[in-house]
Every structure is written in C-alpha cells, then in structure tokens.
Design a binder for this molecule. Structure first.
Ligand SMILES: NC(=O)c1ccc[n+]([C@@H]2O[C@H](COP(=O)([O-])OP(=O)(O)OC[C@H]3O[C@@H](n4cnc5c(N)ncnc54)[C@H](OP(=O)(O)O)[C@@H]3O)[C@@H](O)[C@H]2O)c1
Length: 325
C-alpha cells in the first residue's frame, strides 16, 4: 500500500499539520515506528527517531529525509531496556531541544525465553513497560512546557488476555513469553490511564492504542521459532503503513485535541479490557515502576497531581534485586 494513502491530504511539507512541532518516536528504525516517523516527517514535523543501533538510526534518518524532503530528521541512540541508556537519551534530547510536542513510545519486543535487562529486570517488563514509564517521566517537564502536547503509547489488544499481579513480578518460576508480553501491554494501558489522571490540567494528553496485527519483524529475537512466527505474521498481518495509521492519528489529528486517557483501535476510541480501568492497580503499577526506576526521588522531575499517591503500597518497595516475570 502506498505511503501517500495514509497522508492526511494537504498536510505534507513545511506547511503541514505538524510543521513547527517536535516529535520523538522510539523504535523508529523498523516496523510501525519507522512508518510513524516517516508520516510525521511528511506532515512537516521535526522528527527525532530513537533506536538502539547507530548505523540503522543513521540510515533511517537519511532515508526519511530523502523520501519526505524534510531536513529536520535527527536520531538518538540508546538501548531502551537499560535505564542508564534511557536517561542518557532523555538528557541528550533535552540538550538539543527546548520543546517536545509529541512523544510516541513504540519500541517493544516479545521474548519467548526469559532474559534480564542490564538492570537485572525481566526484559519484557523492562523494555515494553519501564522504558515507556521512565522516558515519559524524564521528559515530562519539556512536554508540560510545550503544552498542548501528547504522549502516545503503543500497546496491543494482547492486553485483553492479561492479568497483572504486582507481587508476582518477581516470581522466577512462571515465565511464558506470550504471557509476559500481554502483561507488559496491559501495563502500557494502565500506565496511560494513570498518566492521564496525573496530567490533568497540564495540557498534556496521554492515549494508548492497538496498531492491529502488523506484518513486521517483531518476533525476530526468538531464533527459529521466531522466524517461523514472523513468517506467519507476514501472511496474516496488515502492512506497516496500515499498522502505523492509528499511531499517526493519535500523534497528530486535530480530532484528538484535548482527548486524554483513551484507547484507540483503527483511529476509533474504544474501551480497553475491564482490568485496565482498575485505578488501584494502575496506582500500584506507578509506584512499583517509580521504585524500580528511582524516578520518584529525582530532582527535576515535576511533581504531578498525585491523586492516588500513597493509596497502594508498592509490593517491592525497598527491594533492589532481580525482578523477573
Ligand atoms: N506487529 C504487531 O502485530 C504488533 C501488534 C500489536 C502491538 N505491537 C506493538 O507495536 C510496537 C512496535 O512493534 P513492531 O511490530 O513495529 O516491531 P519491530 O518491527 O520489531 O520494531 C520494533 C522497534 O523497536 C526497536 N527496539 C527493540 N528493542 C529495543 C531496545 N532494547 N532498545 C531500543 N529500541 C528497541 C527496534 O529496533 P531495531 O530496529 O534495532 O530492531 C525497532 O525499531 C511494539 O510496542 C509492539 O508491542 C505490534
């Protein structure tokens, strides 16, 4: 499907819908994130792509610049499963930019086998949830200063099957890749809704979305089985362009001005699973994530209207050990 089919008509170039706006898209070196960055570039945004592979980042930036004729495409490099590197990436962004209009948290993966991040945290939780949480919190001051601004979290309908037992995050005996993935996507939605509540009145919105079943190389980290599943995804999935459509819509559409705390599928606001509306769970996840990333004690991170603060004790508070699923 041609990219142009997904451009909002009459919005491309320096006079486009997103002209003058700065967008940061994580996981923009491949798949849905790459097309999201490309589309925002077509709309005239200054786009900062974030990826873990410097060569891939450089090539992607050049390709997007050439394809869209938008020169304002940069990249930042960091492995987002590492908190140290997320912090480095956020610092570098702030060194270079005064404003951030749209943050698209998109980087994610599924790991069939249990792995641990550099911070000794189960990899799916570290990459798919904690990187969204940490990067967003580190950039909140710029987002609030740039308001109206948007946070877009790429989740998945896989969240519908998931349960989240906060006390179970550490359980070393129960790892199943798909379950860990689904749970991380439930975390994306819970985090989005809690963020929206905490950002009330700041002019910064937070919405989550499901991109559809998309033919990307998403399962590539998983050896022969991953290769086979990727092949199936290639047959069953929609194109990356169609998969990026809802991310681009959430990042840019005037229809969503002031809309926050929602979940989108195919550019429509729909209800997410019942468990995502559990405010106590969301507050507990926030507190746990704060503990695991140390974000609560950071100077410079704006204190938000924490309506739920202290309502739920973080189950792992004070523990600095292995956090697995
Ligand atoms: N594909 C689907 O059917 C589907 C369905 C529902 C939701 N989603 C969600 O959509 C998002 C994007 O997935 P996709 O299908 O586009 O996958 P993809 O093609 O594999 O792209 C993932 C992107 O994330 C980056 N990434 C992976 N691990 C990273 C790390 N440790 N640090 C920094 N960047 C990292 C990848 O970088 P490299 O280029 O270096 O690998 C790539 O740019 C994910 O959050 C996924 O959960 C996908």
């Amino acid at each position: 499907m041609a990219i142009e089919e997904f451009n909002l008509s009459g919005t491309s170039g320096s006079s486009g819908l997103m002209a003058g706006k700065t967008c940061l898209v994580t996981g923009a070196t491949a798949g849905i994130g790459r097309v999201t960055a490309l589309q925002l570039a077509y709309m005239g945004a200054n786009v900062v792509i974030a990826g873990r592979n410097p060569a891939k980042c450089a090539v992607t930036a050049i390709e997007i610049r050439e394809e869209t004729r938008n020169p304002a495409i940069e990249y930042l490099v960091g492995d987002l499963s590492s908190q140290y590197q997320v912090r480095g990436l956020a610092d570098e962004f702030k060194n270079r930019h005064q404003r951030l209009d749209v943050l698209v948290n998109n980087a994610g993966a599924l790991f069939m086998g249990r792995k641990f991040s550099a911070d000794n945290i189960e990899m799916t939780f570290a990459l798919n949830h904690l990187s969204y949480f940490l990067l967003t919190n580190l950039l909140l001051d710029v987002l609030v200063a740039s308001s109206p601004a948007r946070v877009v979290n790429v989740a998945s309908s896989a969240h519908e099957e998931a349960r989240l037992e906060l006390a179970d995050i550490d359980n070393p005996h129960r790892y199943f890749g798909f379950r860990a993935y689904s749970r991380s996507k439930l975390c994306n939605v819970l985090f989005t809704y809690e963020l929206a509540r905490r950002l009330e009145g700041t002019g910064v919105s937070a919405n989550a979305l499901h991109p559809g079943l998309v033919a990307t190389n998403f399962l590539k980290n998983n050896g022969f089985l991953g290769g086979f599943l990727n092949y199936m995804l290639g047959i069953r999935g929609i194109s990356e362009e169609a998969g990026a459509m809802t991310s681009v819509y959430a990042a840019s559409s005037p229809d969503l001005e002031g809309v926050t705390g929602k979940y989108l599928v195919k550019k429509q606001i729909v209800r997410s699973s019942k468990r995502t509306y559990d405010e106590c769970k969301a507050a507990g996840l926030w507190d746990l994530s704060s503990t695991l990333t140390g974000i609560a004690s950071e100077a410079g991170v704006p204190s938000l209207s924490s309506r739920y603060h202290g309502r739920v004790a973080p189950p792992n508070a004070g523990r600095k050990q292995r956090h697995g699923v």
